[in-house]
Design a binder for this molecule. Sequence first.
Ligand code: GLC
Length: 484
Amino acid sequence: MLTTMLGSMADVPKDLMQEIKRLEQLFTVDTAKLKAITDHFVKELEKGLSVEGGSIPMNPTWCMAFPTGYETGTFLALDMGGTNLRVCEIVLTDEKSEFDIIQSKYRMPEELKSGTSEELWEYIADCLQQFIESHHAGEKLDSLPLGFTFSYPATQDYIDHGVLQRWTKGFDIDGVEGKNVVPMFEAAIAKRGAPIKLTALINDTTGTLIASAYTDTKMKIGCIFGTGCNAAYMENCGSIPKLAHMNLPPDMPMAINCEWGAFDNEHKVLPRTPYDIIIDKDSPRPGQQAFEKMIAGLYLGELFRLVLVDLHDNKEVHIFEGQNIDKLRKAYTLDSSFLSLVEEDPFENLSETGDLFQNKLGITTTHPELELIRRLAELIGTRAARLSSCGVAAISKKKGYETCHVGADGSVFNKYPHFKQRGAQALREILDWAPKKNSKEEDPIEILAAEDGSGVGAALIAALTLKRVKEGNMAGILHPENFK
Ligand code: GLC
């Protein structure tokens, strides 16, 4: 039976109904709370730019212009995200905002994420070399400029430099935190004699901002809602007190990688549940990325799993009674795509969810249990989308953007059901917009699917950097010889 209505809760017994109500209270973030979070967020963004600093890093990136659409040249881009490694070759053509791209994806082996630094750089250099060998076999290549999308918090005194502040997204590789990653990368490349020179180290959010602005000049913020969650926007150097000592022209632009995943690490406003506290405690970096741990793809399935195990272990609640839940007890066994499937189940009797639990976890579910499961997925997915919008609202408020476009990318934004609508609804509540007159009308601030930031964005930032160096702007350049 296919219906558009949610299944009925009529047969849900009292104990499960009570739990559903408790979970609704725990996971629902109302308008007033969203507004309070946003107001605190604005202050924290400011603090991150100040000399004293705060918990949001607000990293200057030395990406100092929006593209015009007329950038040209051939570039390599290396994208080290949370899940995959991707190598691209991008040709920015003479046509406005046009490019050609070839790319290869390599899976990031799970062991690498907690292995040694050497293993990481060797693996990356091997992938790059393999890419060049398969696409340029037998050719004699001049060194190609490379944009390296390294999507972790890094302090950049220069664009071709970046000291890893800390690993995020579950990475835990020894010997990299507190060090400049560029020489490590370059050493592995040099060993192979690959014809590559690193031009720019970038963050995926900065790439997303620049790639999106390449085709749409209304784009003012770049966001990633994926394994991790973060944003970048363009600031004026004059509004970055921590760079005052460099005497940069006050109206010169500077992209800021917010690293907003670290928002509220001191737990002042976010409505954390006991499950959020467990996620944090059991992560490789407790106390870090408080905001990200409530909303990013890496954690959504784990939150869901923790709630279900807790309910099963609670004697007062009868769920999965008498069943072996060993598979469900394994940490990080469910990812956010599992939650997506639960939310996408089109059937009144939630039979697809039932099959999922049977096949993946060996658990046979009753209809009332399925109703609780579905509601829980909705609550976790909705909370993630609503909290994410606080960050977008905060940057918009800080910059005084009343209308703009926001470019967003990442698995959660692109694939999680209803994420976009729920996020848009939350923005409307936070910013007090009047109801739309018709469904075609745009919101004043629209979060739209971005262009490929980690590939095309990295190439564009490399191109913009080569261009400004040629014009004599040497701010934030460590190795000018690489820019000839
Ligand atoms: C994490 C990283 C950040 C990245 C985001 C999205 O928050 O720290 O650098 O932008 O994930 O990939």
